[in-house]
Design a protein. Structure first.
Ligand SMILES: [Zn+2]
Length: 312
């Protein structure tokens, strides 16, 4: 019987006999090495993937954080009913409200007047009032009525935006101005009161941005005119709001109809001797004489050294 010969391999020109065992070992080592490097490579790429994911997550977090910060900044801008730039022209309405309720019209030796306009916005009188305020370079506070804003359509809405943009303060004067709804039997109904004012707050947010809010309000008819206001005061205090009445008026909504001259005289008469004046006027429909009286009124306060400020 022929002895089985080991397989012969040729490397180059030399004839060499190779052991199968050796070949197997080399092959195994090769496989192990390749396997190892594949494993190492996939480990590296896995790590790279994790790092990439982490980076993406960090970036997402950073963007979210930036968004949150910007939102906070926006919120701060609109917390108090005037634009950020117009803050310098405003007084703290809560302090003024407290002083009014105590009949304290002092202001530390500095004369100050708050021109206030109720029941707007109207598409007829408000533009005239705004023009005079701009021409005279003075600021005012507008106590807006939601129902009138809606009734005035797009034009009225634009005027609210203009008031805000031009540095005037925006305050709430209810939606309906309906005494029967707000004060049945001359006594405040807190639920009706809150929901009526919230309705106007909603309209203002729609117009001035979701972060707009005003803490200043004026009760239709005046806080002084109604019963049961103690519970309203508790609510106002808890919610950080300030109700502002007035200590002077041009009487453009009471008594016999007056012309511009008479309105100015009434405003001056009721303001005299007061270091701090909160002057009540109206810029709703039919108040053309109020718009005409405004330059005369502003002249009086300028001549007498008053600073014009807003309530916010
Ligand atoms: Zn009113």
């Amino acid at each position: 019987m022929n002895k089985r010969r080991k397989p012969t391999f040729y490397i180059g020109k030399k004839k060499k006999r190779l052991n199968l065992k050796k070949v197997a070992i080399v092959a195994i080592i090769g496989v192990v090495c390749i396997g190892g490097s594949v494993k190492a490579w996939s480990f590296v790429s896995e790590q790279r993937q994790i790092k990439l994911e982490q980076k993406k997550l960090e970036e997402k977090k950073r963007i979210e954080e930036e968004k949150r910060r910007k939102e906070e900044e926006e919120k701060k801008k609109y917390m108090i009913g005037v634009s950020h730039e117009a803050k310098k022209d405003s007084y703290d309405a809560k302090i003024i409200s407290d002083k009014l309720s105590k009949y304290d019209y002092s202001n530390g030796g500095k004369k100050v007047v708050f021109l206030t306009f109720d029941d707007g916005t109207s598409t007829t009188v408000t533009p005239k009032v705004l023009k005079t305020l701009k021409d005279e370079g003075v600021k005012a506070t507008f106590f807006l009525m939601g129902k009138n804003i809606e009734a005035g359509g797009d034009r009225a809405k634009e005027l609210v935006k203009q008031e805000f943009k031009e540095g005037h303060a925006i305050a709430n004067h209810s939606y309906s101005h309906d005494y029967k709804l707000l004060y049945p039997q001359r006594t405040v109904n807190l639920d009706s009161f809150k929901s009526d004012f919230e309705k106007t707050d909603g309209i203002l947010k729609e117009l001035l941005g979701k972060y707009f809010s005003t803490r200043v309000l004026r009760c239709p008819g005046g806080h002084m005119s109604w019963k049961g206001m103690d519970k309203l005061d508790v609510y106002l205090k808890e919610s950080g709001k300030a109700s502002i009445d007035w200590n002077a008026l041009s009487a453009d909504a009471q008594g016999k109809k007056k012309n511009a001259q008479e309105l100015a005289e009434y405003a001056i008469k009721t303001s005299q001797g007061k270091e701090m004046v909160v002057l009540l006027m109206h810029d709703t429909y039919g108040k053309e004489e109020t718009a005409k009286s405004l330059p005369l009124i502003i002249k009086y306060f300028k001549d007498n050294g008053y600073a014009f400020k807003t309530l916010a």
